[in-house]
Ligand binder design. Structure first.
Ligand SMILES: [Zn+2]
Length: 405
């Protein structure tokens, strides 16, 4: 069989994406209109599962023991078939802000790319598999971390993800930072604040002292470190000494090794606050979101596909100070996240109300179309060019060795 004409395969994939566009727009708008948060996002997950199933992909629901996670694959191709590429779908929203991170677009793009690449592989009789990974609760939960630990991504040789951005920027593989989330619960003793305050143990004091200690620490950390928290429980009434309080805290740093040192200092701030107020402290933690490993060879492969879509090739990608659980995927298999804008405004940034508006706009629909095409084209390169895939995997092994050294 003659070698496939890659340009033709990519053109065919783009044609399929254009055919899918009305369906994609309907799904992305529908998920946007019905935001779900946390681990429990059944409606959003079902919309994407139905979408890929309608076009023939084989769907495994509830993978990794997560009821809203899924894995869909090119039909008729046994698990373990290589080469294989996976597209990461997200669909959770932000509490109170709806789809202010654009996961409605991320999920739809990954699903449509899976459909388009599967179709091209089948029509051209080319070996390989495209997977869509349905990854729940990115915003603070780390669904991908559970899925990494359960080996869900091990079927794929490389992974790709789209994330919408603002400011008109196209970014390919921008480095981000690592994050760790903690909950501090302080247990004191309630008493009448006026009649018998000496009988009480004030859990609100413990929480406030924790913030004071953390604020004192800020002068003595490197510039990459971010520590931000809220009081999720602060007491019941001013005339009752608060018996129970709770802080939700995020800590970030340039990489997960630096981060763990800072996290221990933050735990000590909470221990100090608890001790000073005479409270007992419980600490609950979520798994660490690792920083993404950025592979230059992977970045080049994706950038090579930008001109055909009329998109500018970024000379470099600035350091980002957000975090994502795709970082943990990048520690397992080669991963690349690219950003296309859903707004020209610099101020329209993720996690703001304006961004929630932008993720259901005409520009969002255009970004979704281009992102799906870019994802499909890059995947076709990965699946048809064993040398490039091998180079990306070699760089990944090297980066992993450097990161763990
Ligand atoms: Zn987000």
């Amino acid at each position: 069989m003659p070698a496939p004409d890659v340009t033709e395969l990519k053109q065919r994939a783009c044609q399929v994406v254009d055919q899918l566009a009305p369906h994609m727009e309907a799904i992305a708008s529908d998920i946007h209109a019905h935001p779900e948060t946390g681990w429990d996002t059944p409606r959003s997950a079902a919309r994407l599962q139905e979408f890929v199933a309608e076009y023939g992909m084989e769907v495994e629901r509830g993978v990794a023991g997560l009821h809203c996670a899924f894995r869909a694959a090119t039909p008729g191709r046994a698990r373990g078939t290589h080469p294989a590429v996976c597209f990461l779908a997200e669909y959770d929203a932000l509490p109170g802000l709806g789809h202010a991170c654009g996961h409605n677009l991320i999920g739809t793009v990954a699903s449509a790319a899976g459909i388009a690449v599967s179709k091209v592989l089948e029509e051209a009789g080319i070996p390989g598999v495209a997977y869509v990974m349905g990854t729940p609760f990115e915003e603070g939960g780390g669904g991908k971390i559970v899925m990494v630990d359960e080996g869900i991504f091990d079927v794929a040789d490389a992974s790709l993800m789209f994330h919408p951005g603002g400011g008109g920027h196209v970014r390919v593989g921008a480095p981000n930072i690592a994050a760790h989330m903690l909950k501090f619960r302080f247990h004191g003793k309630s008493a009448h604040s006026g009649a018998a305050p000496h009988e009480g143990v004030n859990a609100a004091d413990a929480a406030m002292l924790t913030f004071t200690a953390i604020n004192a620490m800020r002068q003595h950390v490197t510039g990459d470190v971010r520590i931000h928290g809220i009081i999720t429980k602060g007491g019941e009434a001013a005339n009752i000494v608060p018996a129970e309080t709770e802080i939700s805290m995020s800590v970030r740093a340039i990489n997960h090794r630096v981060l763990m040192g800072v996290v221990e200092r933050v735990r000590n701030c909470a221990r100090a606050g608890a001790m000073a107020a005479g409270c007992r402290l419980d600490i609950e933690e979520t798994p660490t979101f690792k920083e993404r490993l950025v592979l230059q060879s992977y970045r080049e492969l994706v950038c090579d596909n930008l001109p055909a879509l009329g998109l500018p090739v970024p000379a470099s990608d600035p350091q980002q100070y957000a975090s994502a659980d795709s970082g943990n995927v990048s520690y397992r298999i080669p991963h690349l996240t690219f950003n296309l804008p859903v707004s020209e405004e610099e101020a329209v940034a993720p996690h703001t109300p304006a961004f929630a508006v932008a993720t259901d706009s005409d520009m969002a629909r255009q970004a979704m179309n281009q992102a799906t095409k870019l994802m499909a084209m890059a995947a076709i390169d990965l699946l048809t060019d064993p040398e490039r895939m091998a180079a990306i995997q070699a760089e990944h092994r090297q980066k992993l060795a450097d990161a763990e050294a």
